[in-house]
Design a protein around this ligand. Structure first.
Ligand SMILES: Nc1ncnc2c1ncn2[C@@H]1O[C@H](COP(=O)(O)OP(=O)(O)OP(=O)(O)O)[C@@H](O)[C@H]1O
Length: 540
């Protein structure tokens, strides 16, 4: 519908726009997003006809727009200041443009009434602008812009004059209205949240250039330039070089991510705070299972998944997870088992209480067989520490299936695993039948099928009894990364805990966001992991 091709504009030494090309579709809510001075208003003014480009073309439905005078373009611009006439009533303000077009009075009245109703201001038709609130004035400006039924409505920072609460209401209103009138909206904003919540697609501008054009979710999840990764939402960015498994960083080692970049190419790895998982970790010199559990519990108060639970479980959950280690992937198992150990050892602490409480829970019966713990050795354990995990699991079994609801659910999963024939570890899955708390024996079996070496590794691990220690809890499996550090700060707002972690070898803290309130405290030692698919590699 609107085709912008190679548009450039300079003001003296300043390049406001450099070779901008964009295609905006019919009926789309399109946002031009960028920091102050990046050229977005200049582009809007070019579209409106208040400015001319030095070069480039703009067509609307195939017709050249630039050769048409501003007032002849089927385009309307809604100013940031609303530019209402103070001496005219609301209805007069809205009718003004139509009167200038010399439309019949009856038609003008009809259209004004219709649009007043759309913006919910019928009752205020006779008021003057100064008798209205900010939000109401904004609606008048909007009504005045759409009453002319333009093909394209340009909005320059339409909500910036409103206070926060009204702005949130008007965002919804604007979206609803755009949908209702079906006019293509192009909105300029420097507020990324506003752009994300309003627009179907966003063009991110930086220094007169378009960095990326995409739907909000894609921009957020797959930023293609360092600028976008940094500008759109909070992100953790790591510098290094692309490698087969992600990013190779001099200071931090190999960090997992998905990449189609050439090996050795300078790159940034971006991982969103909510994609990071806090994992328990006790530094070797202060090894102490209770400490480990404390961090763990705090990290995942809701224990939504086994890995998270394993990462953050208090004793009871940890024990359940230990049962999970059957046929489960290595490090989860290891972590879980360690938690299990913690459960047993942590007499009198919260976790032990939880274990006791859990007795009598249905799933507890499922853990009747301590033998199942030995199946850990058949799991995809890649590290020697998993052996220790197995021992821990035995303990866990002793702890009597501390499992609660999760355990019961998991047992069902485990039972499903009987059907799995593909992996050698299916035999483990059979054992799992009796076990509580398996996240999904099916998954485990699948994992084994994909990675038969894992089982061998695990067997090797049997012989390495002394290995492990606290770090076993965070040994990575393929596709997972590990950074270790200390919690620098914790804050809670918007229902989310924001934890910043100071990581050795990195000047700025790593940000982690977890759902709900956390009790993780400043000074705790934690490890951070993420899945490879959550690490986005961006060329530099
Ligand atoms: N008429 C002008 N004369 C000289 N320089 C100009 C003029 N208009 C814009 N510029 C410069 O061009 C650059 C882009 O300005 P523009 O107003 O398009 O940015 P913007 O992204 O809309 O910023 P903001 O969000 O602050 O409005 C800026 O450096 C600005 O100072």
């Amino acid at each position: 519908m609107l085709q912008i091709t190679g548009v450039s504009r300079r003001f003296g030494d300043v390049t406001a726009l450099s070779e901008i090309s964009l295609e905006i579709r019919q009926g789309e809510f399109f946002a031009l997003l960028g920091p102050s001075g990046c050229g977005k208003t200049t582009l809007l003014r070019i579209l409106a006809g208040f400015e001319s480009p030095d070069s480039g073309t703009v067509t609307l439905d195939g017709a050249d727009l630039l050769s048409q005078a501003a007032h002849r373009r089927p385009v309307n611009l809604m100013f940031q200041s609303y530019a209402l006439f103070p001496h005219m009533s609301v209805a007069k303000n809205i009718a003004y443009g139509l009167e200038r077009e010399k439309l019949p009075k009856a038609e003008i009245r009809e259209r004004v009434e219709e649009v007043l109703e759309k913006v919910g201001l019928s009752a205020m038709a006779k008021r003057r602008p100064q008798q209205l609130s900010g939000g109401q004035r904004q609606r008048v400006a909007l009504a005045r812009a759409i009453v002319k039924r333009p093909r394209l409505l340009l909005l320059d920072e339409p909500l910036s004059a409103l206070d926060k609460k009204v702005r949130a209401e008007m965002q919804l209103e604007l979206k609803r209205l755009q949908h209702e009138v079906g006019i293509t909206f192009v909105v300029v904003t420097h507020d990324q949240e506003e752009a994300m919540s309003l627009a179907d697609r966003i063009a991110v501008f930086s220094a007169g250039k378009v960095e990326q054009v995409d739907a909000p979710v894609t921009l957020y999840e797959r930023p293609r330039t360092p600028f976008v990764a940094d500008f759109v939402g909070a992100n953790n960015l790591f510098e290094g070089k692309a490698c087969a498994d992600g990013l190779s960083s001099d200071a931090l080692g190999v960090l997992p991510g998905l990449s189609d970049l050439e090996e050795g190419a300078p790159a940034l790895l971006a991982v969103r705070p909510e994609r990071l998982r806090l994992v328990s970790w006790t530094p070797a010199d202060t090894e102490d299972e209770t400490a480990e559990e404390t961090v763990a519990e705090d990290a995942t108060p809701e224990g939504e998944s086994v890995e998270e639970t394993a990462a953050g479980a208090e004793g009871a959950d940890g024990t359940e997870d230990a049962d999970d280690t059957e046929g489960a992937e290595g490090d989860e198992g290891a972590e879980a088992a360690e938690d299990a150990e913690g459960t047993q050892d942590a007499a009198g602490d919260e976790s032990a209480e939880s274990s006791e409480d859990a007795e009598g829970v249905e799933s507890a019966e499922d853990v009747k067989d301590a033998e199942s713990a030995e199946d850990v050795k058949d799991a995809d354990a890649e590290t020697a520490e998993d052996t220790e995990a197995a021992e821990g699991t035995q303990d866990a079994a002793d702890a009597e299936g501390v499992g609660s609801a999760e355990g019961a659910e998991a047992a069902e999963d485990a039972a499903d695993a009987e059907d799995v024939e593909s992996a050698e570890d299916v035999k483990d899955a059979e054992d799992v039948e009796d076990a509580g708390g398996v996240e999904s024996a099916e998954e485990a079996a699948d994992a084994d099928a994909e990675d038969p070496e894992g089982a061998e590794d695990a067997e090797d691990a049997e012989g390495v009894e002394d290995a492990g220690g606290a770090e076993a809890a965070v040994s990575p499996v393929a596709g997972e990364g590990v950074l270790r550090g200390k919690v620098a700060d914790v804050s809670f707002y918007g229902g989310i805990s924001h934890v910043s972690v100071q990581v050795d070898g990195r000047p700025t803290p790593v940000l982690v966001a977890t759902q709900g309130a956390t009790q993780v405290q400043a000074g705790s030692s934690v490890a951070l992991t993420w899945a490879a698919e959550d690490g986005v590699l961006i060329p530099q």
